[in-house]
Every structure is written in structure tokens, then in C-alpha cells.
Design a binder for this molecule. Structure first.
Ligand SMILES: Nc1nc2c(c(=O)[nH]1)N[C@H]1C(S)=C(S)[C@@H](COP(=O)(O)O)O[C@H]1N2
Ligand SMILES: [Mo]
Length: 553
């Protein structure tokens, strides 16, 4: 090949398009070009993943998820050593380290990719799967968190295939000269910016950069939105609660005096989360409005300032999800700060004949709540605080509903922005449209919490403990049964209120062998939990919870 023909007017591009491979004699595009292709493809993968993560939940971004996982999974020794060595710079250092690795692996993916042997693509996909697993297994994550990384790596593979394809492509001119596939002696032709394949490569590289810039900017904008709401929450001042509106204090004897039992109040970070939102709705307190309309005497619109001018109340209420299986953990108790829903409704004046409040969240989810449940004097709140903090984003920031006695799907609308007073024969809501019961009162339930499942126990006295709930009615009795022996009364801890769960315990004189314990509760109406096992659809699971233990002498 003539050296002269390789000199392009643009100078720096004047590298040979193909260099013969020493071992195979096959010709390859220059190392730098292939490395750049790999870097661009990796960049596309990350930027697209980041943008999609921004649209779903910015914490699912591939890079951050991997970094967080490294932080959590690193053996304590390693973690402490790095923190010692780097002081508080350990997180930036980790991110820098990950970046260096990504640059190296990105370049490598370009170097090893061949039109007919997509090794580099495989590397990007493996990276993608690692990132997706890291994101999906984050404590607050779920399967949906794998989506950004997987789609991102698919985009990266596409970019790599196109870029490497262009680098290796035969130009029409060289093909015309008989420069066939894999012909080691072939002349690649002049490597100037005017070369069709070089032009194609440059165009593709430019497009990749544009994709990286656009996706990066989108991801950043969406991430900023989430950051704004987090900052809004950090700066938010919850309304003060006058002592007459405070929740009655929690006596010490609401929980059994035994180690490892379930706490009476559930910490916010441990509180179950159920909603249909792929991306947590982001609404600041300044943007929040509640419109009350429909069958009312006058329409009312309330903003954050209007809301918190009212007298706030604090109430402890146990929330439960209708999807909770027997023995499940979709139940939790928190102290809620908020404003009586009945008072707010009264300002709009519901018209006679109305029997439903259709509430809508900022992302369009709806719940239909029986109006009488909101007006009968129970502690139905439009809540802004959870255990003394502003609502966490996942739990409805800045405003949600809490209605004792009703499952969440008919009552506990998070990120609520709209109230329509209406009728059950005119309106329906998200889950009732999908076959779930219309009214959703909470069924009596009881659960064994300790010892842990499949625990191996020593013979002798063992404390068995758990919880039971029947919001609005209250728990009057809990019984325990070992194998086929008669039912025995468990010891009930103090009842805080009929709207909260009630803890129980029972000391079992465990004898060697494999034993199954059952539990059943009786509510204050005298109704004993039925043994009949039913799945949660359509109005809540029924049946007795049991646990099997091996007692080893
Ligand atoms: N906007 C919105 N609110 C919602 C839901 C939802 O999907 N979207 N799910 C409801 C259901 S089914 C339950 S059980 C409770 C759960 O509240 P938590 O996530 O704070 O525990 O929220 C309710 N509020
Ligand atoms: Mo639920």
C-alpha cells in the first residue's frame, strides 16, 4: 500500500485502516480505532442505562448499583482497610476504580470484537448481566431495576457491532479491485476521511457520542428531579403536633419481654412497600395540590401551605396489604402525622347519596374508599409524616392516606393529589377493576415470628412469639397448638388500640422431635380465624399460620 495515499488532509486520521495480524495473517483495523469503538459502545451502554434508570428510579443506574453492591458486599476487612487508607474518600475512590475498570474493559471489548466473532459484545453483555443482577438485588430494588442495565447493554452491543462492522467493512472500491474477504494481501485502500468506510465509522462514532450526550443529559435531568425531591424532603418541616393531638404513648408491655421479638413500631426502612409505580413518583411539597371535587357542595383545592396550617394529629396505625399471604410480612405499624380526612372532606361538603371517595395519585393510580369509613370517627388521616419523619419517597412523599381497618389497595393512596366524591355504582378503582373486592376490610390474621423458620431448638422452655391483627375490631385471644395437641392460650401483650397489631408470646416446653406449631386469633367480636386456607385474591388470605421446628436433644 502506498504510504502517500494514506496521508489524509486531516492528518491524525492517517493511520493504516488495516494491519495484518501476526498470527493469522488476517488484517485488522488499527488498535486505536478498535479501542475507541469499544469505549464508545461501553459509553452508549452506560448512558442509555443511566437515562432509563432516570426514568424508572435513578438508584437503578448500572454504575451506581454496582458501586453500592461493592460497598455492601465487600468483606468487612477490605471495607475497613479502604476506609482507613482513604478516609472518607472511599466512595469517590471506589467510583474512580470502577471507572478505570470500565474504561479498560470497554477498550478490550473493541479490541477483541470481530465481525464474525462477537467476543467484545459478549463482554458487554456479561458486564450488563452483572450490573443488572447488582441492581435487581439491591435492598430497595427489584426485578425492574435490572431493566435499565439490560437495555443499556443491548444498546452498547448494537453500537459495537455497527462500529466494528464499519471498521472491518470492505470499501466498494477495494472490493472492485478484487480485495476479497480475509485476503491477507489485500490493500484496504486509502485511509482518508473521504474513504466510505472511514466516513461510515466516523459517522457512527459521532452518532454514538450524540447518543451518549443525549442519554447522559436525560439521565442527569431525571436524576436531578429525584435529587430535588430528596432535597425538598430533607428541608421539609413537619407541622408541630400539639400535646392534645399526640398519639397516646406506647407502653413498654405492648411487646413480650423476650429477645428477638418483632417490634411494635416498624422502622421506615423496614416498612413493607407495595405499589404499581415502576418509578417512584417525584413531587415536591411546593408542587403538591389536592383537588376535592365531584359530589360536593363546593370544590376545594389545597396546597402544602394550606394543609400544614391546620392542626396536625399523630396516630399509630397498622397498615396491611390484601396480598399478604398467611404468615407474610406485608404489614407494619407506624406513627403517622397528618390531618383528619373527615375535616378536609367537610370543607368541600359531600352531597347526600355519595358513598365513595375516589382518590388518585400523581401517577394515576386510584383507590375507592367507602365514605362512611372516612367519616365514622376512626383515625383516617391525610398523612405527611411517618415515625416522626416526612414520608419517605417510597411511602408517598409528600402526602398519602392512612385509613385504619381497610387494606391499602382501597384506602392508602400514596402521592395523592385528587379526591373525587362519588358513588360505588358510578366509579371503580385500580385494583377493583382487576377483580379485587370493592370494600376491602382487613381480615383477622395471626403470625408466628420466632423462633425462625426451620430453627433447631434445644429441648426445654422456648419462647414462641408473634403478632396478630384485626384492625377496628382488635384481638381478644391468641391460641397456639403443638402438633395435634389441644389449643393453648398464648399470653397477650398489652393492646395499644384496636387499630394496631397485638403481640403475643407463649412458652413452650419443647420435647425432642419434629414439631409443627399453629396459631389462630379471635377478634373482639368473638370470631375465630378460620382454618380454611384461601389465597389473597379477591379479598385477603385466610387460614392458620404454622411453623415447623426440630428439637434436638
Ligand atoms: N399511588 C399508589 N398508592 C398506593 C398503592 C399504589 O400502587 N399506588 N398501593 C397501595 C397498596 S396495595 C398498599 S398495601 C399500600 C402500601 O403502602 P406502603 O407501600 O407505604 O406500605 O399502599 C397503597 N397505596
Ligand atoms: Mo396492598
Amino acid at each position: 500500500m502506498g504510504v502517500g495515499s494514506e496521508l489524509s488532509p486531516t492528518g491524525p486520521t492517517a493511520a493504516p485502516l488495516r494491519t495484518p495480524d501476526v498470527k493469522t495473517g488476517q488484517q485488522h483495523p488499527p488498535v486505536a480505532a478498535r479501542a475507541i469503538a469499544g469505549l464508545l459502545a461501553t459509553g452508549v451502554a452506560l448512558a442509555v442505562g443511566h437515562a432509563i434508570a432516570g426514568a424508572l428510579d435513578s438508584r437503578s443506574s448500572p454504575f451506581l448499583a454496582v458501586a453500592d453492591t461493592v460497598v455492601d458486599r465487600a468483606p468487612a476487612v477490605v471495607r475497613e482497610a479502604t476506609i482507613d487508607a482513604l478516609g472518607t474518600a472511599d466512595k469517590p475512590a471506589l467510583l474512580l476504580g470502577l471507572s478505570v475498570i470500565l474504561v479498560a474493559v470497554g477498550a478490550l471489548s473493541g479490541l477483541v470484537e470481530r465481525p464474525h466473532r462477537p467476543t467484545g459484545s459478549a463482554i458487554i453483555l456479561v458486564l450488563g448481566v452483572v450490573g443488572a443482577l447488582a441492581a435487581a438485588t439491591r435492598p430497595t430494588g427489584g426485578p425492574a431495576w435490572a431493566v435499565p442495565t439490560l437495555l443499556g447493554s443491548a444498546a452498547g452491543v448494537l453500537a459495537l457491532r455497527l462500529l466494528i462492522g464499519a471498521l472491518y467493512a470492505e470499501s466498494p472500491r477495494s472490493r472492485a479491485q478484487g480485495d476479497a474477504d480475509g485476503d491477507a494481501d489485500g490493500d484496504a485502500g486509502p485511509v482518508t476521511a473521504e474513504h466510505p468506510d472511514r466516513r461510515r465509522f466516523l459517522a457512527l462514532a459521532g452518532s454514538s457520542l450524540a447518543v451518549i450526550a443525549a442519554a447522559g443529559a436525560t439521565g442527569a435531568a431525571l436524576g436531578r428531579r429525584a435529587a430535588d425531591v430528596l432535597a425538598d424532603r430533607t428541608g421539609l418541616r413537619l407541622p408541630a403536633v400539639l400535646s392534645r393531638n399526640a398519639a397516646p404513648p406506647v407502653p413498654a408491655d405492648v411487646v413480650p419481654d423476650a429477645p428477638g421479638v418483632t417490634g411494635f413500631l416498624t422502622r421506615n426502612e423496614d416498612f413493607y412497600r407495595i405499589d404499581t409505580a415502576l418509578r417512584v413518583p417525584t413531587i415536591t411539597s411546593a408542587d403538591w395540590r389536592l383537588r376535592i371535587h365531584g359530589m360536593v357542595e363546593r370544590e376545594v383545592e389545597i396546597d402544602w401551605g394550606d394543609l400544614v396550617r391546620r392542626e396536625a394529629q399523630e396516630r399509630i396505625v397498622t397498615l396491611t396489604c390484601v396480598s399478604n399471604e398467611v404468615g407474610g410480612d406485608l404489614v407494619g405499624t407506624a406513627s403517622w402525622t397528618g390531618f383528619p380526612i373527615a375535616d378536609l372532606l367537610a370543607e368541600a361538603g359531600p352531597l347526600p347519596g355519595a358513598d365513595m371517595l375516589l382518590s388518585t395519585s400523581v401517577d394515576g393510580w386510584t383507590a375507592g374508599t367507602p365514605l362512611d369509613a372516612l367519616l365514622d370517627g376512626r383515625d383516617a388521616l391525610l398523612a405527611v409524616g411517618m415515625n416522626g419523619d416526612p414520608l419517605p419517597l417510597d411511602h408517598g412523599y409528600p402526602v398519602r392516606q392512612v385509613v385504619p381497618g381497610l387494606y391499602g389497595y382501597v384506602s392508602a393512596t400514596k402521592w395523592v393529589v385528587d379526591w373525587e366524591v362519588t358513588r360505588f355504582d358510578r366509579a371503580s378503582a385500580y385494583w377493583t377493576d382487576r377483580g379485587w373486592g370493592e370494600k376491602g376490610p382487613i381480615r383477622t390474621a395471626s403470625r408466628i415470628d420466632r423462633p425462625a423458620p426451620l430453627a433447631e431448638l434445644a429441648p426445654g422452655p422456648v419462647v414462641v412469639a408473634g403478632t396478630a391483627w384485626a384492625q377496628r375490631r382488635g384481638i381478644d385471644r391468641v391460641e397456639v397448638r403443638v402438633d395435634d395437641e389441644p389449643w393453648q392460650d398464648a399470653r397477650l401483650s398489652a393492646e395499644y388500640s384496636v387499630d394496631t397489631w397485638r403481640m403475643w408470646s407463649w412458652t413452650w416446653d419443647a420435647e425432642p422431635g419434629l414439631h409443627t406449631l399453629h396459631v389462630r386469633a379471635t377478634d373482639s367480636t368473638g370470631e375465630v380465624q378460620t382454618e380454611t386456607r384461601r389465597t389473597p385474591v379477591p379479598d385477603g388470605a385466610t387460614g392458620w399460620h404454622n411453623r415447623t421446628f426440630r428439637v434436638v436433644a
